[in-house]
Design a binder for this molecule. Structure first.
Ligand code: DAT
Length: 176
């Protein structure tokens, strides 16, 4: 049996931009005192963004540099990692992976409100329709640790946070 060094789990919150990752991560960190790691912000703060990708209108991420920086943060557990990608993280980092989902109309409204238009808006809606992040999570992590959560309404938002809080409690009972 593998020895687990963490006394608190590490959680990955992933999904298409706009599905509610930051909102859920923030509420979760307030409830649990786990640390919210916004990967896009970490990348910016630690200069892990390389030159601009004109097609996707965002900078390239220097993944190796970012992973080196995050490795130490992940060691003792208690992290909520929030990112719209998941396959480049080491599998061993995470105890639970939550893929947040939103229906097309709600996602369209949220991304338009954020100022997304044209190709960027369409690409993100398609990413959600094609379940890109769900498939990425399912192919990168063991199926039993990947859970999909619908996040269209305020009620679902509260229930998703409760679901993850309860998952953390169960993890502690089973692993400590
Ligand atoms: P992400 O971090 O995945 O890009 P976000 O947390 O910034 O997404 O949320 C995008 C917008 O949607 C933001 O204005 C908050 C809102 N939102 C998030 N979850 C919601 C929910 N369950 N119901 C209604 N609005 C929600």
């Amino acid at each position: 049996m593998a020895l687990r060094q963490r006394t608190r789990p590490n959680i990955l919150i992933t999904g298409t931009p706009g599905v509610g990752k930051s909102t859920i991560s923030r509420l979760l960190s307030e409830r649990t005192k786990f640390i919210w790691r916004e990967v896009s912000k970490l990348a910016e703060e630690h200069n892990c963004l390389d030159e601009y990708d004109p097609e996707y209108q965002c900078p390239y991420l220097n993944e190796d540099k970012l992973l080196d920086i995050m490795e130490g943060m992940m060691a003792s557990g208690g992290n909520i990692v929030d990112y719209h990608g998941c396959e480049f993280f080491p599998e061993r980092w995470f105890d639970g992976v939550f893929v947040i989902r939103t229906n097309n109309t709600a996602l369209y409204d949220r991304l338009s409100a954020r100022g997304y238009t044209g190709k960027k808006l369409e690409d993100n809606i398609q990413c959600e329709i094609f379940e890109t992040l769900l498939e990425e999570a399912q192919s990168s992590y063991k199926p039993e640790i990947v859970q999909e959560l619908q996040n269209n309404t305020e009620d679902q938002l509260q229930s998703n946070v409760n679901t993850i809080v309860e998952w953390i409690e169960r993890w502690k009972e089973e692993n400590i």
